[in-house]
Ligand binder design. Structure first.
Ligand SMILES: C[S@@+](CC[C@H](N)C(=O)[O-])C[C@H]1O[C@@H](n2cnc3c(N)ncnc32)[C@H](O)[C@@H]1O
Length: 206
């Protein structure tokens, strides 16, 4: 369980609690002090709270849609952490927000949302970043159609039995859609629990 303010959050997610330290290590390496970060699919907000408490002077913009958004607002409304901004409603299907950020972070959303939304996600993310900005994706992926582990294969079967539109995505498809939007994959780091930490960097559009 969480040992911080988020321990009592609605919709608290143990997986997010387990991976927060590993992700923090990578974010510390990638984000400069004062970085402005927008998070897609913040869930309970527990990642936002942890990262802001660990990263120097970061400004973290949580977002989500139903069924998480109301709980996210209530959870974050009850804490005082100056780096965490008031949540914004964001459904990737619309991606109707504007702004300028140094990085966009998104954990464990790609296999939950429909694959049809990948182009919208990439276009939306690219619109929020200047050249050199980072898109950081955390979660499980397939490589050349193959699962990295048997447990990911079982997880994918389980996901699809719940929602046929969900499922573990092919890294090649994600990478190609990112590239179309000037987002180049620059890092792919294997993480605990059969997940990947992907970093895309926005290139100049000229
Ligand atoms: C498994 S939870 C992950 C939550 C959190 N990022 C974490 O790591 O614990 C999946 C998240 O994806 C979000 N999500 C799914 N489809 C979405 C969409 N179309 N637009 C925005 N968020 C979406 C859900 O609302 C939920 O917050």
């Amino acid at each position: 369980m969480g040992n911080e303010v988020s321990a009592n959050f609605e919709l608290f997610n143990n997986a997010a609690d387990n991976n927060k330290q590993f992700i923090t290590g990578e974010l510390k390496r990638l984000l400069v002090p004062g970085a402005r970060v927008l998070e897609i699919g913040s869930g309970s907000g527990q990642h936002a709270v942890h990262f802001v408490s660990q990263l120097e002077d970061v400004s973290w913009q949580p977002t989500d849609r139903e069924p998480y958004f109301d709980a996210l607002e209530r959870n974050l409304g009850g804490i005082t952490l100056s780096g965490v901004r008031k949540p914004i409603y964001l459904d990737i299907a619309q991606f109707d927000i504007a702004g300028s950020f140094d990085a966009v972070f998104c954990a464990n959303v790609m296999h939950i949302m429909s694959a049809d939304l990948i182009p919208n996600m990439m276009a939306g993310v690219a619109s929020l970043l200047d050249s050199g900005g980072l898109f950081i994706l955390y979660g499980p992926y397939k490589y050349e159609g193959a699962y990295t582990t048997l447990s990911n294969e079982k997880f994918d079967e389980w996901l699809k039995s719940r929602d046929p539109l969900s499922g573990i995505r092919d890294i090649e498809v994600v990478q190609a859609k990112a590239k179309t939007n000037h987002l180049d994959l620059i890092e792919d780091i294997p993480m605990p629990a059969n997940n990947q930490f992907l970093v895309f960097r926005k290139s100049s559009e000229n």
